[in-house]
Design a protein around this ligand. Structure first.
Ligand code: HEC
Length: 154
């Protein structure tokens, strides 16, 4: 066998062996979606679902490269970390927490931290225009004020 063929074969074996390291891709049940407490207008729901839900909900649409190591490690860890920090499928009912979450949405959009660049590179449908950002921020702001105004007194 030619040397390059052996190298190719070994590389192939290594890639196959790597596949046993694929981490689990979970989609646990949706406990309490944002829509249950703070239903946004349909256009906002569509934007959040396109730009955020893959990493911040239990409704992740796993891409094909989440099935193949080593890219699977990166995708799964991003989703797990995203869910841990902020989860639209575990939206709070306590008005104080709701207001905090809505504030955080405003912050990350204002600083253009979310959705992450590495994500929008591969998901053009998740890119937000200036107008869309502002649209979501205005909604989050209004929803926060409304929640504060209607919260029962402590
Ligand atoms: C590619 C996955 C991914 C996408 C898509 C994504 N995020 Fe994130 N997000 C993360 C990760 C990972 C973190 C935690 C680490 C960090 O802060 O960078 C995070 C952190 C956050 C936080 C901070 C939570 C906190 O208070 O600690 C908020 C708020 C947030 N994201 C909102 C959003 C919104 C809103 C969108 C859509 C416009 C979005 N994210 C899209 C992965 C993602």
């Amino acid at each position: 066998m030619k040397k390059w063929k052996i190298i190719l074969l070994l590389a192939g074996v290594a890639v196959v062996a790597l596949q046993i390291t694929n981490p689990a891709r979970t989609n646990p049940p949706v406990l309490h979606d944002l829509a249950a407490t703070n239903p946004p207008p349909a256009e906002i729901t569509a934007l959040l679902r396109a730009a955020c839900y893959d990493c911040h909900s239990h409704e992740t649409k796993w891409p094909w490269y989440a099935r193949i190591a080593p890219s699977s490690w990166l995708v799964v860890s991003d989703v797990n970390e995203g869910r841990e920090h902020f989860n639209f499928s575990e939206w709070p009912t306590d008005p104080e927490l709701v207001v905090k979450r809505l504030d955080r949405i405003n912050e990350v959009l204002d600083y253009k931290e979310m959705p992450p660049k590495k994500y929008t590179l591969l998901h053009p449908e998740a890119r937000l225009t200036e107008a869309q950002r502002k649209f979501i921020m205005d909604w989050a702001d209004a929803a926060g004020k409304k929640t504060e105004a209607t919260a029962p007194p402590k």
